[in-house]
Design a binder for this molecule. Structure first.
Ligand code: PMP
Ligand code: GLN
Length: 394
């Protein structure tokens, strides 16, 4: 919104960014706060990660040093990331040449895209698409080819995907598990994508921030474990979801040495480095025993089942997620047909906030029947939200 003071000034924002507007997460969290609503919109927990990690970070700040560290990330954290890749996926990753620590997955995505994309390159995005990919690719001057996943269960449209790849394709972004729809890609789907990348000499950028939240006994398949992609994939991940510390912004990119060089080239000029006490605490967190990771998953499994059932009982048509921590709810059985107006009204009228899903498609006529509720909240918060929705619907 232009201020009085800016009135009459010419547009300052670059053309590539103009179509995107203010992030829907900002808009909905602001609305939630304005109406004191239970915020099931932007995906951040209302509890903090393990106390021991927080203590270590606090001690680290007091003990110091608090100065710049290696642009690549402190060696302890890079080694811990490599150990975790080996522990969970039996992948051997070189901590010196293949791991780069970034300011959250967001900067990891940014550094990767700015490091590899030339103006005129094409990037393939699978819809519904997490909000950051298109603006980042656009800032790098790339063109975007959108390929919608198929109804009803967000299947991979193999033919359409193959058609979207061409001589200008530089990369595809695969968000696995996928925000907002919770899709988890199978090894077979990833191999299909891997073959397309190989055929067209393209890269695959895997956003795997929800790697530890995969339900129903399935297992996450990292892009680097797909043989066709070992030398063509960038895995971008983050400690935000796994350790329930979204505000700490510790992310990383793992890729073959030559690919990592491209990430490091841009990363050094974006943030240069992250902060050392937080990196030290996260190095410790990575090595937490398997019981930490299994209890994270079982807590989210419980909340997922509870929220899906509770929203279903209220009359929403639910798409239970295969991964991540969001539930998509179809609002048409309740007599609504426009997600955006529904979500703009909900905080004030019901005292609950959610995310409208049409913003995850380029063509906003798609996804208009869907709203996203997150379940990264305490049980009592989820119960409060459902009670408020029940009262309102009555
Ligand atoms: N990718 C996806 C798919 C996300 O949902 C989020 C939100 N946490 C991010 C990236 C951003 O991660 P970070 O906070 O580590 O930048
Ligand atoms: N990943 C979070 C979500 O999907 C939002 C992160 C952000 O606000 N950029 O809700």
């Amino acid at each position: 919104m232009p201020t009085e003071r800016g009135k009459g000034m010419k547009e300052v924002v670059i053309e590539a960014l103009r179509p995107y507007g203010t992030s829907i997460f900002t808009e909905m969290t602001d609305l939630a706060e304005a109406h004191d609503a239970v915020n099931l919109s932007q995906g951040f927990p209302d509890f903090d990660g393990p106390e021991k990690i927080r203590e270590m970070a606090a001690d680290g700040i007091m003990r110091g040093p608090n100065q710049y560290v290696s642009s690549l990330g402190i060696p302890e954290l890079r080694r811990a990331i490599a150990r975790k890749m080996n522990r969970f996926y039996q992948l051997s990753v070189d901590a010196d040449d293949e791991v780069t620590v970034t300011s959250g997955a967001t900067e990891g995505l940014c550094a990767t895209m700015l490091g590899i994309l030339e103006p005129g390159d094409e990037v393939v995005l699978l819809e519904p698409t997490y909000d950051a990919y298109a603006p980042l690719a656009s800032m790098a001057g790339a063109r975007i080819r959108y390929v919608p996943l198929k109804d009803p269960e967000f299947g991979l449209p193999r033919e359409e995907l193959a058609e979207a790849f061409g001589p200008k394709t530089k990369a595809i972004v695969i968000n696995n598990p996928q925000n907002p729809c919770g899709k988890v890609f199978s090894r077979d789907e990833l191999a299909f994508i891997g073959n397309l990348c190989k055929k067209h000499d393209a890269f695959a950028i895997g956003d795997e921030v929800y790697e530890h939240l995969v339900y129903n006994g399935r297992r996450h398949v990292p892009l680097l474990s797909v043989p066709e992609l070992r030398d063509r994939a960038f895995i971008v991940s983050s400690t935000a979801k796994t350790f329930s510390m979204t505000g700490w912004k510790v992310g990383y990119v793992i890729a073959a040495p030559e690919l990592s060089r491209a990430v490091r080239m841009s990363h050094q000029f974006i943030t240069f480095c992250g902060n050392p006490p937080i990196q030290q605490a996260m190095a410790f967190a990575m090595d937490l025993p398997d019981t930490y990771y299994t209890s994270l998953l079982s807590d989210y499994t419980r909340r997922r089942i509870w929220l899906c059932e509770a929203l279903g009982d209220l009359g929403f048509l639910i798409h239970p997620p295969e991964g991540a921590y969001y539930v998509l709810a179809d609002i048409t059985p309740l007599g609504f047909d426009d997600d955006l107006s529904f979500c703009r009204m909900l905080p004030e009228q019901a005292g609950v906030a959610a995310i409208p899903c049409s913003c995850f498609w380029k063509d906003r006529r798609k996804g208009r029947e869907l709203v996203r509720f997150c379940f990264c909240k305490k049980d009592e918060t989820l119960r409060d939200a459902i009670q408020r929705l029940r009262n309102w619907l009555r």
